[in-house]
Design a protein around this ligand. Structure first.
Ligand SMILES: [Zn+2]
Length: 84
């Protein structure tokens, strides 16, 4: 990574963030996913840090993740969170 390439149009890829509310703790949690979740917006089931599994709707909440943005859990693909 050289500084001279910092101005290129394509942004670095830090994955995507899907926010969801945890009913148990009342907190907003963040799920990081490496691949663009737009391909399939069917609900996912997220094993939350509170110990419960939350059913989360994907579509309205996904967005690009900032480089230094923290997250609560991480998957490569949302398919990992959909029962087979
Ligand atoms: Zn929770």
């Amino acid at each position: 990574m050289s500084p001279s390439k910092a101005r290129r149009a394509e942004r670095p890829d830090y994955g995507w963030v899907i926010s969801f509310g945890c009913k148990e703790t009342g907190e907003l949690k963040r799920l990081k996913v490496d691949t663009d979740p737009a391909a399939d917006t069917s609900p996912i089931e997220v094993p939350c840090s509170c110990g419960e599994v939350h059913r989360v709707t994907v579509s309205p909440y996904r967005r690009r993740r900032a480089a230094d943005e923290p997250f609560d859990l991480e998957v490569k693909s949302l398919d990992e969170l959909r029962g087979g």
